[in-house]
Design a protein around this ligand. Structure first.
Ligand SMILES: C[S@@+](CC[C@H](N)C(=O)[O-])C[C@H]1O[C@@H](n2cnc3c(N)ncnc32)[C@H](O)[C@@H]1O
Length: 163
């Protein structure tokens, strides 16, 4: 914050239970953060509670494809579907737990919390991109399948229209 010349309060709390008032934010976002490492059944309702009508929920996370192609034996992503898409919605390696829902479950969860889905961006690196994170996904894999995705949703206005 000092380097960037920014000055704002920071709060250390779980996104599953944020100690802040209802309808107090215009944007809720994270980059491979709470929406991956906390239970979406708890974080999406919290995001809905914290946002003002028309507010934006945007977050990046692992794609379901990457999640089900992960090989626990080699600890690397494979080119095979290795786990049950419908039934394995979290993975715990003993150090951390990561959540990944099927697409339909995400959509129904957003809609139950009065979100309008604006976009699902499936990330594909440029052909000449260089990664510093090859242990997560090799460049060749990510050129063929989305390893990461970004959801963009708006909290509906009281008249039922997302902005
Ligand atoms: C992979 S790191 C995010 C990296 C970050 N976006 C960056 O570019 O440096 C995962 C983050 O999720 C946060 N996190 C994990 N569980 C959380 C929870 N229940 N509530 C809020 N944040 C959580 C961790 O504190 C950590 O900062």
């Amino acid at each position: 914050m000092t380097e960037a010349g920014a000055d704002f309060p920071l709060l250390h709390a779980s996104a599953e239970a944020v100690p802040l008032p209802d309808a107090s934010f215009d944007v809720v976002f994270c980059d491979h953060g709470a929406m991956s490492f906390a239970d979406p059944e708890r974080t999406v309702p919290e995001a809905a509670r914290l946002l003002r009508p028309g507010g934006l929920l945007a977050f990046s996370a692992e794609s379901p494809l990457h999640f089900i192609c992960w090989d626990d034996d080699t600890n690397a992503v494979s080119e095979q579907l290795r786990s049950n898409y419908f039934e394995r919605t979290s993975a715990d390696d003993g150090e951390s737990i990561v959540f990944s829902l099927p697409y339909g479950d995400w959509i129904r969860l957003f809609r139950r919390q009065s979100f309008t889905i604006e976009d699902l961006i499936e990330l594909r690196p440029p052909i000449d991109a260089e990664s510093t994170y090859n242990e997560y996904v090799p460049h060749g894999w990510a050129r063929q399948w989305p390893a990461e995705q970004i959801w963009r949703c708006h909290k509906e206005e009281p008249n039922g229209v997302g902005s």
